[in-house]
Design a protein around this ligand. Structure first.
Ligand code: ADQ
Length: 475
């Protein structure tokens, strides 16, 4: 890499920490080799956010973080990012709560972050901005005169233009993506949605497969499906924590087939629909009673956003009804836990499971699907049941793909998964594993940065439209 990498995301993680996820590790690797900087919110609410820049060294990486005021946090993070962008980008207009004060805070916080970041930049740095909380970052930086290469990656889906158009400020939001040299999405479908939007709503044009032009600018648009850190996961699988977990599970469930679900407790993950499909399986195929157990681990998430409380009570009542209606003294169909599993034990849980149910209603990628595949014994692998609406389905076509809204259809596929012959399991797993390994998180980070380094500058100069005053007026 020629220049220094500067990563920008809502939250910053220390890549050296044990619990760091694949993204932190892959970014950390690139940041480390380039002596880079990782900038974002420190996760704290503070009374005095101005002048609150905090710098910390993590190996060769500098972690630069700022705090947010309560008002900014509530409006930018809870209100706009998680109350509008998250639901709409997951096709859930019914759950979006549009409030013009929140969009102003979203812009304000992005401007504040741009102002704090600018003095830390050096000539030749390349900047990689992550996710929906930070869409206007490049426009804000450009308005301050920043002429660095800036790339953006959206970790969540981008819906079709007719859904995006429901956001009152959609034109401003999508226009700000044109300030980036490169806009990356999880799937080709998301990238196509962006190009369609630009053509239909902005009077722009798709110039070829991965270039779009609008507002007198051209930007590069590509899919970079995110992967996992396969080597790290498989090394963890060999450690005593993971081995112990697998041994305990095999002993506890020696007479049963385990189905596993591991998710954040989020309405996009399709948890109630999964319980209904499992219920249908037990009704339609009673031979699975006594023999199949679904272990569902759901980590609490964003509990102070209203829609999340609803999904929790809905899930709890469905699990309770399943156990009440089908449970026996020596068998309960569902074991539901509202908590997370320690990362170091996760490969063991996956290894001891015959079937994974990864059935989101909509997901940018879904890394659990890939973690499950990479945790299997290739000689006796488990089966991945995957929603066709997860980004991962574009790549993992050898999984058993389901429509999670189709309860009966999903139950039939779970039945097929539970009874799949060994030879077919091996064949499917080998093909899935080859993809998961080739397109791992290191491939993803390197491919993205190499494309960004080669991406031309958006032609055209930043215009007055990039300025924040204009944003607020238009909002
Ligand atoms: P998430 O919506 O958080 O991420 P996902 O990719 O499935 O979704 O999970 C991220 C990580 O959290 C995985 O490593 C998983 O193992 C872990 N995890 C989830 N629930 C857990 C639990 N209960 N206990 C322990 N660990 C748990 C967003 C997008 C995704 C996209 C990722 C990465 O929504 O679509 O794949 O970013 O780009």
């Amino acid at each position: 890499m020629a220049g220094r990498l500067v990563a920008v995301s809502n939250r910053v993680a220390d890549p050296r920490k044990l619990g760091a996820g694949g993204l932190a590790v892959a970014l950390g690797e690139l940041l480390n080799t380039s002596g880079g900087l990782w900038f974002g919110w420190n996760g704290k609410i503070t009374d005095d956010p101005s002048g609150g820049l905090h710098l910390q060294r993590a190996g060769k990486v500098t972690l630069a973080t700022i705090g947010l005021s309560r008002a900014d946090h509530d409006a930018y993070y809870l209100g706009y990012s998680n109350g509008v962008l998250w639901p709409v980008f997951h096709y859930r207009l019914d759950l979006a709560d549009f409030d013009s004060a929140d969009v102003e805070a979203y812009r304000r916080v992005n401007r504040l972050m741009a102002q704090e970041l600018l003095p830390l930049l050096r000539p030749g740095d390349i900047i990689w901005v992550h996710d929906y909380q930070m869409i206007p970052m490049a426009a804000e930086l450009r308005a301050l005169g920043c002429d660095h290469r800036i790339g953006f990656f959206l970790h969540i889906p981008l819906p079709p233009r007719t859904i995006l158009a429901a956001i009152p400020q959609h034109d401003r939001l999508m226009r700000s993506l044109m300030s980036y040299n490169l806009v990356g999405f999880q799937t080709q479908m998301d990238a196509d949605h962006f190009a369609d939007y630009v053509e239909a709503e902005s009077g722009g044009q798709r110039q070829d497969r991965d270039r779009v032009g609008a507002y007198g600018r051209t930007t590069c648009v590509r899919a970079f499906p995110i992967g996992i850190d396969v080597d790290r996961l498989q090394a963890m699988a060999r450690e005593p924590d993971s081995q112990g977990m697998a041994a305990m599970m095999r002993e506890q469930y020696s007479k049963r087939q385990v189905l596993v679900g591991v998710d954040r407790l989020d309405y996009s993950k399709g948890l109630p629909q999964r319980m209904l499909a499992f219920r249908r399986l037990l009704e339609r195929y009673p031979e699975n009673r006594q023999s199949a157990t679904l272990i569902q681990v759901a980590a609490p998430s964003r509990e102070n956003v209203e829609a999340y409380a609803d999904i929790r009570s809905q899930l709890e009542s469905l699990c309770g009804a399943l156990n009440g209606d089908f449970g026996e003294l020596d068998w309960m169909p569902v074991r539901y836990m509202r908590r997370s599993v320690a990362r170091r034990r996760l490969p063991g849980l996956f290894a001891a499971s015959r079937v994974a149910l990864v059935t989101p209603l909509r997901d940018g990628m879904n890394l659990v699907a890939k973690e499950f595949v990479a945790s299997q014994d290739p000689d006796d692998p488990g089966v991945l049941v995957l929603s066709r609406f997860a980004g991962a389905a574009e790549q993992l076509t050898d999984a058993l793909l389901v429509n999670p809204y189709d309860t009966a259809g999903t139950a039939d596929v779970i039945q097929q998964a539970l009874h799949m012959p060994l030879e077919e399991r091996r064949r499917r797993h080998a093909r899935l594993m080859a993809l998961v390994r080739e397109f791992d998180v290191h491939w993803w980070a390197r491919a993205y940065v190499a494309t960004l380094e080669a991406a031309p500058f958006p032609s055209g100069e930043p215009t007055a439209d990039d300025s924040v005053n204009n944003d607020v007026e238009r909002a």
